[in-house]
Design a binder for this molecule. Structure first.
Ligand code: DGL
Length: 264
């Protein structure tokens, strides 16, 4: 029988759990290691070269310690800058998370689309190039949020931000120039953690695009379908050494006491 697949899912914090849950749903037989580099959260605040060095340094240790078959970079802020360096240095397949601009623009009826991510993600040349290549005639508005990823973390540990705070972050996403924004790309993996509130607080109904199901399909393309009748395991590592136990329990993940030594 083939050895079970080991999948490493990586983010700066809890946002990657929105990707983890979709991948785990299609590969329930796999063994998962969820890694949150929360000692450096938020990645939005790191400059590009420091972020690449940090992520590559962490993967040096993670790959040596866990030997994953595949890694999912469940973070737009890291993927849009660090994927080439990771793929160059390490032989295993990396599945990245980048703004879902192509499907969003294909789906928009009003041709008004917003890409909503961290300030770093919306400023990246990678994101701008996706818009140049895939806007398909849509007007695309870029909105960088300073606080929403932290609000998502707070929500998950039981200290939610107020409605007014969330409204202030999402307000610039909604453009009405005679035609209204109808599609918003969630270009930060933390934001789907707030989906219910983003939907309730929207000034008008929109389609929020979460890339996680497409990422899960990509993992199955690369690793194949699940092995029948095997139940996989899931554990989490936080670079701070402290995982939020109750939040992880909601995703059926066991925190692990061992930590990854900090890179760089
Ligand atoms: N979850 C990360 C993303 O998808 C961002 C949060 C951060 O700034 O660290 O971009």
């Amino acid at each position: 029988m083939a050895a079970p697949s080991k999948i490493l899912v990586f983010d700066s914090g809890l946002g990657g759990l929105t990707v983890y849950r979709e991948v785990a749903a299609v590969r329930p037989d796999a063994d998962f290691v969820y890694v949150a580099d929360d000692a450096a959260f938020p990645y939005n605040a790191l400059d590009e070269s420091a972020l690449v060095a940090r992520v590559v340094g962490l993967f040096d240790e993670l790959i040596a310690a866990h030997c994953p078959d595949l890694a999912v970079i469940a973070c737009n802020t890291a993927s849009t800058i660090a994927l080439p360096a990771l793929r160059q240095k390490f032989a295993l397949p990396f599945v990245g998370t980048v703004p879902a601009i192509k499907p969003a623009c294909a789906a928009s009826v009003t041709r008004r689309v917003t890409v909503f991510g961290t300030e770093a993600t919306v400023a990246r040349e990678y994101t701008r190039a996706l818009i140049r290549d895939f806007a398909q005639g849509c007007q695309v508005t870029l909105v960088g949020s300073k606080h929403l990823a932290s609000y998502a973390e707070a929500e998950l540990v039981g200290t939610p931000a107020s409605d007014a705070q969330i409204r202030a972050e999402i307000a610039p996403c909604f453009i009405d120039d005679g035609k209204r924004t109808d599609t918003i790309v969630l270009a930060c993996t933390h934001y789907p953690l707030l989906l219910e509130r983003l939907t309730r607080l929207a000034p008008w109904p929109v389609n929020y695009i979460d890339p996680a199901p497409a990422i899960a399909r990509r993992v199955v393309d690369l690793l194949g379908p699940p092995a029948p009748s095997r139940a996989g395991t899931s554990r989490a590592i936080f670079t701070s050494g402290q995982g939020p136990r109750a939040a992880l329990a909601r995703f059926s993940i066991e925190p692990q006491s061992a930590t990854v030594a900090e890179a760089g």
